[in-house]
Design a protein around this ligand. Sequence first.
Ligand code: ADP
Ligand code: MG
Length: 390
Amino acid sequence: MNDLLIKKTTDFFQETFGDAPEKIVLSPGRINIIGEHIDYNDGYVLPAAIDKIICFAFAKSNSKQSKIVAIDLNEEFEVDLTQEIVLSEVVWTNYILGVIKQLQDKGFSFEGFNCVFSSNIPVGSGLSSSAALECGTIFGIKELFGLQIPKVDIALTGQKAEHWVGINCGIMDQFSSVMGLENKVIKIDCKTLEYEYHNADFNDYSLILFDSNVKHSLMTSAYNERRQQCEEGIAIVKSNFPEIKSFRDCTEQTIIDLKDKMSHDVFRRSLFVVKEINRVIQACETLDNGNIELLGQLMFATHEGLSKDYEVSCEELDLLVDLAKAETAVIGSRLMGGGFGGCTINLVKKGQEQQIKDKFSKLYKEAFDIELKIYDVKIGNGTSLYEGAL
Ligand code: ADP
Ligand code: MG
């Protein structure tokens, strides 16, 4: 599948600019096995890069002008690197402009370039096509102009670009897009950026994403509200236990002991955060021991918490997880990402994938009159140069 994408992108570059590209960059989307809504709560996350990618073809333009073509949208734009970079009304161009601006602000010097790109990462389904776009663009500019940018700095620069676009994201998406390794998940400490790889061997189970195909508008306001509630929660913890610095230093009992000092919502959000931080630690152990059934149970528990205590689910996602719970062939399922829509991530017994897909599609359509979208995912490498034959 990716070979076709690479060929299409390269051919398009050749037709548009008359020459072959100098660099081909592949930049992946990501999944998160477990560790949801805790990247901004000093927690750990357990993401991995996937085999769905944006493919970029780059060459120097040998002028001040840069021209970038989004093949999938049939749109293009030009930017003069000697002019001040400002936000545009065309959303996708801002991710590229943001990256250029961040690199310039960091003092990197580079000249005009031409770029075309095309993708098979579903957009806006929570697989972080935006991070793939940012990190792939940075990688391409780095390769074209020989800039010295360590991998972690590519992720941090991508994150800053996304902030500039107006989305106050954590570091997980860009970090996993850049640092991903085939068949590994990355445990990232969102507080220190320390990270470690664990084997992503799911034994007899396949990773399947069910895309609810909905996006409820609550998302942004709820996200901001949850952040505030968690800040309030940790502030209450700190004022009662000055030795505690963050949610990761808390036990569940710490939060329970403070129940009377917190509003009902702040209490439930805080308890979820502490439980979820512990689930990520346990999930790494299950992967190391090959206890995939237990990993599945942790995923179900995460969904329960996200739905009942953190309250970021919706009826479509809850149905998909309920359907999963009713099947012995599905040993784990949870909403993935911010919530209020997007995908569930599922561990489905090998050999029974098609039967589960057919059944869920039918039942989902009957319940909501919405088509279920389905993605098989494999864990792949982070942003890199394509050096195969063209
Ligand atoms: P996601 O969960 O996929 O990251 P976002 O809303 O954060 O969703 O980012 C999606 C945005 O990224 C799109 O609206 C678009 O601006 C940009 N983008 C992603 N993929 C492409 C693509 N193939 N072509 C053009 N723009 C893209
Ligand atoms: Mg995004």
